[in-house]
Design a protein around this ligand. Sequence first.
Ligand code: PMV
Length: 331
Amino acid sequence: MLTRKEYAEKIINGKKADIQNGSKAFAPANIALCKYWGKRDKELNLPLTDSLSVSMGNCGTLTSVKAAPGKENIIIFNGTELSASSPFAEKINRFAALMKPDKGPALEIATENNIPTAAGAASSASGFAALTLALDSFYGYGLGSRELSMLAGIGSRSASRSIFTGFVYNHRGQRIDGMDAFSEKLPYEWPEMRLGLVTVSSEKKCMSSGKGMEHTAGTSILYERWPSQVERDMELILKALNEKNFELLGKTSENNALSMHACMLSSNPPLIYWEPETLAVIKTVSKARNEGLSCYVTIDAGANVKLIFEKKDENVITGMFPGIRVISPFS
Ligand code: PMV
């Protein structure tokens, strides 16, 4: 069994560091159409199932890295220096240590999100992906995107997908050493596709996704069927992408997300990320769909709802949800 550090070293595979003056990297956030919910290895953060996402265009995280003058890392988030003991700084420091070469300097890491975290967009995905890319170019390793996706996945599994744009597939892999758990970009484009972020709550979620997965896997009988649901949904989503069948894509993504939440609800005690407004949005969308609108919902580990629709329905949908933030993943 490898430790995280040994796993990171195995991925870096002896590449010599060639430390640069500074580096800057952007990574997009992403929304899973087929969700990841559960780990096969906690230490290496390897997923129990495959997952598939669409990236959020130019919404994401910009991170820069340079050498810090002293012995300690300096972490700056959205323009403010954080105390080294804040959970966010600790998370970044732990991750940065995985890629640090022998005798590497202390770092100043400045990271900025251009999506409000409160909008429920996955900022840990773009955050760890941008950090992985910025550290790779600061240290001059020149790793390939597959290796970068493996490293980012140690930070958070969804970050593995944020190394790429467009539709991205994350492979769970089979190997105990995790060397076959990586992400790849899929060869599909969908320029008319739109994502809508409907913010119903800006409260912090009631349980982190890591804890939530562990709780669900440990206590929900329904969760035993989750891997077979993912297997079926993955086939249907790939078929929808191949045939450019929006109804099939939307219907399958919505069912996948609601099934993930059904597993959470059936855990003991129940894990409920939703607020009453979450359900209200789901009902509004499903009623509009019965009246002919082609729009679907997906929800991550939180109360906010993401809508999936196409450009032709953008005006109707922004009329229905005035505070919505619309994203074009392919422009
Ligand atoms: O990768 P994490 O630990 O941020 O967990 C992501 C979990 C979901 O957002 C609910 C699903 C997913 O695949 O993004």
